[in-house]
Design a protein around this ligand. Structure first.
Ligand code: SAH
Ligand code: SF4
Ligand code: F3S
Length: 476
């Protein structure tokens, strides 16, 4: 079955999907599939989907409409196109996807990617879907379809090819590494516990060797991923369960790994050892994504977040005491069922107290199968929109203030790529902002100190320490 075939993978949703897409690509390489950016001419198209909000899921169906046309045109030229839907929409909707989008050949959930070669084989051999037989004789012959949304007993990570130096294509200076997957928290608005299953942590040494391989391939910054990454409890070489802070310490032993981040954390799982790691581990970046969703205790309880607003604010205080230059980002939902103007004002107040460096904020989107979706007191769309605007105006102002506060400071920047202007290169600050600097391209992959001189919408501008500032260069 090998040959020169191409695969186009489109990734939606969170960073975990980005990581999974890379692993799928690695799994397909031995079957002769090389990645392509040309969706219209690919032999295999995989949409790695997200179900978190209605809009995210709907995007998939509009993309499938376009793919249907391209698939038809290729068929007219005698070329076969296999279309697969992976990820969280696949897990949540299963066979429904094939009914709505007949161009789809395969549907498989996030825990089955290691079975990809077998699934492709099954489609090729002509497996039929498990639709009721009674309707079958009256239908035109259907193309073979495969749907795989079980949570298999075996662990996909044991079977997926880990990122290895020799198979990791030049994927750049920074990389994601999934250490924990799934969620047992069941916030009342959220689909993740249903689409990703219950919490599973990968063993420490497997993560360590994958990190070593990434570093050998040139990676200098790794972001550890998990839906609740700070709930990590993975088997260590000593037979004990290790926490995230212990895992961070182990990974810090890799000499050429310079920077470590982790995301996403839940406030309930920020233990003292992890907070202390922010004070003592110089490789751990002073930036923490710690979603709170709402500042109203009544809404937090209805969301099943299991902490109060003041507990969250105190926690932030504790983390900032350990690492004073730490920047905090968060996620917010406005218009959760029953949210009053007073509840929303409590969210605004929490934002003023915490002072965020960056945030994601969303209108509540009722998700099928979650408890909040069937609450009677849904908030009207217009009210959600208006509250989101007010919240985003405040968050945008805080983001700008934070960027401005960095002007004149010297920050270590890890350079990743060429910039848009000739002679410019771009790296990341410790706070994840892109930093544009006029500097030689041999610094890509290196870290250098940069004096921050200006800000853009989401980025910073600066000069290498010891070099003349941009303004001085213009005057010279
Ligand atoms: N595990 C993370 C969040 C994962 S989902 C945590 O506990 O914080 C990413 C973000 O999407 C959430 O933080 C939340 O702000 C948003 N989100 C999740 N479900 C949503 C829904 N039904 N409507 C709107 N936003 C939602
Ligand atoms: Fe969703 Fe809550 Fe789990 Fe985060 S902690 S993934 S918001 S259920
Ligand atoms: Fe979306 Fe699934 Fe991630 S629902 S946010 S892709 S875990």
């Amino acid at each position: 079955m090998t040959g020169n075939k191409t695969v186009f993978i489109k990734t939606y949703g969170c960073q975990m999907n980005v990581y999974d897409s890379e692993r799928m690509s690695d799994t397909l390489a031995p079957l002769g599939y090389t990645p392509t950016d040309d969706a219209d001419n690919a032999d295999l198209i995989i949409l790695n989907t997200c179900h978190i909000r209605e809009k995210a899921a709907e995007k998939v169906y509009s993309e499938l409409g376009r793919i249907r046309v391209a698939k038809g045109e290729r068929a007219a030229q005698g070329k076969e196109t296999l279309v697969a839907v992976a990820g969280c929409v696949a897990q949540a909707e299963g066979e429904e996807i094939i009914r709505r989008a007949p161009a789809v050949d395969m549907v498989f959930g996030p825990q089955t990617y290691h079975r990809l070669p077998e699934l492709i084989e099954r489609v090729r051999k002509g497996e039929r879907p498990s639709e009721p037989e009674a309707t079958a004789p009256f239908k035109a012959p259907r193309s073979p379809k495969v749907v795989e949304t079980d949570f298999p007993l075996e662990d996909k990570f044991d079977h997926l090819p880990a990122a290895k130096a020799e198979v990791t294509r030049a994927r750049g200076i920074t990389a994601f590494l999934t250490v924990q997957e799934g969620c047992d928290k069941f916030c009342s608005f959220c689909v993740v516990p249903y689409t990703r299953g219950s919490e599973v942590s990968r063993p420490v040494e497997k993560i360590f060797s994958e990190a070593e391989a990434l570093v050998a391939a040139g990676v200098r910054e790794i972001t550890l991923l998990g839906q609740n990454v700070n709930a990590y409890h993975g088997l260590g070489a000593d037979g004990e369960m290790w926490t995230l802070s212990e895992l961070l310490r182990r990974l810090s032993d890799i000499p050429d790994l310079w920077r470590i981040r982790y995301t996403t954390s839940h406030p309930r799982d920020m233990d003292d050892a992890l907070i202390a790691a922010h004070a003592t581990n110089p490789k751990l970046m002073p930036y923490l994504h710690l979603p709170v969703q709402s500042g109203s205790d009544r809404i937090l309880a209805a969301m099943n977040r299991r902490h109060t607003a003041s507990e969250y604010v105190e926690l932030i205080g504790k983390i900032r005491a350990a690492r004073p230059d730490l920047a905090v980002s968060g996620d917010f939902i406005v218009g959760f069922p029953g949210e009053t103007e007073a509840d929303f004002e409590a969210t605004m107040e929490l934002v003023r107290q915490v002072n965020y460096a960056a945030c994601y904020s969303f209108k509540y989107s009722p998700r099928p199968g979650t408890p909040a979706a069937t609450e009677a007191d849904q908030v009207p769309e217009a009210v959600k929109t208006e509250r989101l605007h007010r919240l985003q105006a405040l968050l945008d102002a805080q983001l700008k203030d934070f960027s401005h506060s960095l002007i004149g400071r010297t920050l270590p920047v890890l350079f990743e790529k060429e910039g848009r202007l000739p002679g410019q290169i771009v790296g990341r600050s410790p706070y994840l902002q892109p930093v544009n600097v006029m500097a030689p391209s041999h610094l890509i992959g290196q870290m250098a100190d940069v004096v921050i001189e200006g800000t853009g919408a989401f980025s910073l501008f600066g000069s290498l320490v010891g070099e003349p500032a941009a303004t001085e260069r213009r005057l010279a």
